[in-house]
Write a protein that binds this ligand. Structure first.
Ligand code: DOR
Ligand code: ZN
Length: 347
């Protein structure tokens, strides 16, 4: 039997870039129409390093979502970890309900990471405070050593950094974000219950060939960069397995089209407009529709220790074509799957 509709508990997105100002206004509705809550990345200029900055940014997002017709949207804020950051401040922000988690960007690993951590030892006191406070750590897991091949940076990060952090802080909740390799999936599977991962739609759909298909394809470029096919298949297996350690985090990362299509174009794939339909295609192809709700709506809140959402969303089996461009005023964006057909549509 082929289902024609699928109704699941309202999902959340455990990793988004919403930006600020006109870009925020342009993109927030796409996330808010699908997801009740989202973990919001702090890699702005300047980065969100204090409780007050996070409060202000949260208010901006709530106002923009309301203006876009989604007054109930709940942004879950993160603190941007910098060398020597005060663990007591982080724990206070967590206790006050402002910081849901904190984010580790290795310095210069990706967009907006220039103020990131130069050596994980420099945030060890903060990690200790977070472990004590029950505050989760979100990790961009790539080494920045230029001697390491860009396709190996995630696997080497596990060897050089993440394995040790998990051993040194056995009580710390760690989210290995946007994993891209078989090594990362295996690491998470074999770690304790306090280690989980998010998986993006792009890393389930494309391998590194997509960046070079007939020419250079900037809209398939994000960080961590897509890897070989063997890794994509391992990610699909992990994400659709039903394991509570893997959950939805799109890493939607909008950049204006002229900032993508340029010499030294920005990393990031804008996948928010059809995120649920994109993931659902993967679960259907893998014969794992029964595990979709867990991945989208249950594993994330359980890991973070937050209540599951009330209410549902329904997807129907109706083909739709993803537009080549999405325009909002002066802002022009190319969405993930641009020009392609998707078999499901959010009702
Ligand atoms: O592709 C990416 N884009 N990866 C990141 O880690 C950051 C993000 C962004 O902010 O554009
Ligand atoms: Zn990201």
């Amino acid at each position: 039997m082929t289902e024609t509709t699928l109704t699941i508990r309202r999902p959340d997105d455990w990793h988004v870039h919403l930006r600020r100002d006109a870009m925020l206004e342009a993109v927030v509705g796409y996330t808010a129409r699908q997801f009740a809550r989202a973990i919001v990345m702090p890699n702005l200029a300047p980065p969100i390093t204090t409780i007050e900055m996070a409060r202000d940014y949260r208010a901006e997002i709530v106002a923009a979502a309301a203006a876009a017709g989604h007054p109930g949207f709940v942004p879950l804020m993160t603190a941007y970890l910098i060398d020597g950051i005060d663990g007591a401040m982080l724990a206070r922000g967590h206790a006050e309900g402002v910081f849901v988690a904190a984010k580790l960007y290795p310095a210069h690993a990706t967009t907006g990471s220039a103020h990131g951590v130069t050596d994980v030892a420099r945030i060890y006191p903060a990690l200790e405070a977070m472990e004590r406070a029950g505050m989760p750590l979100c990790v961009h897991g790539e080494v920045t050593d230029p001697a390491v091949d860009v396709f190996d940076r995630e696997a080497v990060f596990i060897e050089r950094v993440l394995g040790q952090v998990v051993r040194d802080f056995p009580g710390l909740k760690v989210i290995f974000e946007h994993i891209t390799t078989a090594e990362a999936a295996a690491f998470v599977e074999s770690a304790g219950p306090n280690v989980a991962a998010t998986v993006t739609p792009q890393h389930l759909h494309i391998n590194r060939n997509a960046m070079f298909a007939g020419g250079l394809r900037p809209h398939a470029y994000c960080l961590p960069v897509a890897k070989r096919e063997v890794h994509r298949l391992a990610l699909r297996k992990a994400a659709t397995s039903g394991s509570p350690k893997f959950f939805l985090g799109t890493d939607t990362a909008p950049h204006e089209v002229h900032r993508k299509e340029m010499d030294c174009g920005c990393a990031g794939i804008f996948n928010a407009p059809h995120a649920l339909e994109s993931y659902l295609a993967v679960f259907e192809e893998e014969g794992a529709l029964a595990h979709f709700e867990g991945f989208a709506s249950e594993h994330g809140p359980r890991f973070y220790g937050l209540p599951l959402n009330e209410g549902t969303v329904t997807l129907e089996r109706v083909a739709q074509e993803v537009p080549a461009r999405i325009e909002h005023g002066a802002i022009s964006l190319v969405p993930f799957h641009a020009g392609q057909a998707l078999n499901w549509r959010l009702v």
